[in-house]
Write a protein that binds this ligand. Sequence first.
Ligand code: ZN
Length: 104
Amino acid sequence: MKYCPNCGNQVDPKAVICPHCGIPLPSSSSFSTPATTTGDTGSAWWGVLGFFVPVAGLVLYIVWHNSEPKNAKSAGIGALIQVGVSIAFFIFCFFIILAADLSD
Ligand SMILES: [Zn+2]
């Protein structure tokens, strides 16, 4: 079911004109969920990208810093988490090696 963007009444999903107020309706039934492919949505997917490709996350953060701050923050946080995890893993390995050395 979709709703008229003008008067808010329920209309038939296949209707092209609102039967209540008469304005033309978007042909797509998905107009109630705005497209997320463009715009500064701060999507978590940019964080996922930043996590798996920290360099891309960092570049996106720099490029978007002014134009799309939410997306930039999301990508930057993903990259930061990855860097943090890498450092934690490095320190973990360091102590494992150290412990193995001391036990000799
Ligand atoms: Zn209407």
